[in-house]
Design a protein around this ligand. Structure first.
Ligand code: DI6
Ligand code: FE
Length: 400
């Protein structure tokens, strides 16, 4: 079989769902043609392969390229000053009610051009790419009015032209109440009647998200956004039960959401509803850590009910200024007690599932994009165990 490239003498963590654990293949080989995997398995079982580009991996580990399935990567300004306020004892909610929080990033983002949004996102994206990220989800949600929401989404899509990476965009108009509006129902009318239809028509967003929380929007208001998303054929996901239990996870599941995210305050009923609907849990330990939350998400219930678990950075300037997916993996294990296998699956196969992209990415299997991360490690646990150390040897995107 003629292939473009192959990598041999490697240990593969295939993350195949039909194999136990990480789907490890000891003496492994991966072959690629036209950007997709044509073989991933033991060298002994490989078909005859002709190629001009053979790479000896010298026993290194290969995982699927990492996927950050929940980020607010595109925004202007920063919230370092607020960080100092919180160090002085203000809670995240007090800062939000004092007009700080999301709204202060909104002002900076509204004032930024598309080029400025791209330029300020690139260093954050490069930090993730340096750790082997090959696909990322990026939300809007700092415009809270149509032109800036669209500009954020266009900037997010432009990142695919600036770097070799796969970007999925999410419309998060229902992120917070904009400074010029005092009436949440009126703003949700604007989101549903003006913003969402235009964003859907322009094809700028792959899915729709909302923030279901006391300092944001109620389950009823979120339901209106989700009904409008459904009318436009867009999948939904939800920032749910982060600071309190408003039944957000169950609400997301009832709308067949791809995922419910955060989930610190989700209860057994919420986990059951997610399991019935096939809605994934996206855990965001960076936000839990940064706002010093103490309520842990119900990981044991997710395991028992077989709710798939993904892990992401939630990179955003207010509650998770985190641009290291390896650190998010360590936090998921250290803080949420995920196993090494769950943490690695959480940023590969399950993150792909959370984006509805499992057909194309997230495991090392024939037919999938040849997105690889090649690591200088002796065992996969090192990817989760170490803090602030990046053992990436090479990142391959679409075979290159
Ligand atoms: N929950 C969060 O933690 C972020 N958004 C959300 O819905 C916070 C975003 C910010 O503070 O800028
Ligand atoms: Fe978020």
């Amino acid at each position: 079989m003629q292939v473009n490239r192959l990598w041999h003498n490697a240990r593969l963590a295939t993350l195949r769902a039909d194999r136990p654990g990480l789907g490890v293949v000891e003496d492994g080989l991966i072959a690629e043609r036209e950007g997709r995997i044509v073989y991933a398995g033991s060298a002994a079982d490989a078909p005859a392969l002709e190629t001009s580009e053979r790479t000896n991996c010298e026993g290194r580990w290969i995982t699927p390229g990492l996927i950050d399935c929940h980020t607010h990567l595109v925004f202007a300004g920063d919230r370092a000053h607020e960080f100092e306020l919180r160090l002085a004892g203000a809670t995240y909610e007090e800062v939000a009610r004092a007009g700080g929080g999301i709204v202060s990033t909104v002002k900076a983002t509204r004032a930024a051009s598309e080029d400025e949004l791209v330029a300020s996102a690139l260093p954050r994206l490069d930090a993730l790419i340096a750790e082997g990220v090959t696909a990322i989800e990026i939300k809007s949600g700092y415009g809270l009015e149509l032109p800036t929401e669209q500009r954020q989404l266009r900037a997010a899509k432009r990142l695919e032209k600036e770097r070799r990476i796969d970007v999925r965009t999410t419309f998060l108009g229902a992120h917070a109440l904009p400074p010029e509006t005092r009436d949440k129902d009126m703003y949700i009318d604007l989101v549903c009647r003006e913003m969402l239809p235009e964003v859907a028509r322009s094809g700028l967003a792959d899915s729709v998200d909302a923030f279901c929380e006391n300092i944001a929007f109620s389950p009823e208001q979120v339901s209106r956004v989700f009904e409008e998303a459904r009318r436009h054929g867009l999948k939904v996901k939800l920032h749910a039960d982060q600071l309190s239990n408003l039944g957000g996870a169950a609400l997301a599941a009832r709308f067949g959401a791809l995922s419910a995210d955060h989930l610190e305050y989700t209860d057994e009923k919420g986990a059951e509803t997610m399991a019935e609907a096939g809605t994934l849990a996206v855990l965001l330990p960076g936000a839990y850590y940064f706002i010093r939350e103490t309520k842990l998400p119900p990981v044991d219930a997710f395991r028992r009910l077989k709710v798939p678990i993904a892990v992401a950075t939630d990179c955003n300037p207010g509650t998770s200024p985190l641009t290291s997916i390896l650190t998010a993996m360590n936090m998921a294990a250290t803080l949420f007690r995920l196993t090494v296998e769950e943490s690695i699956a959480g940023v590969t196969r399950e993150a792909a599932r959370a984006l509805g992209r499992l057909d194309d990415i997230g495991t090392l299997e024939p037919g999938k994009f040849c997105d690889l991360a090649i690591w200088d490690i002796e065992r996969p646990a090192e990817l989760v165990y170490r803090i602030g150390f990046n053992p990436l040897h090479a990142r391959i995107w679409r075979g290159v």
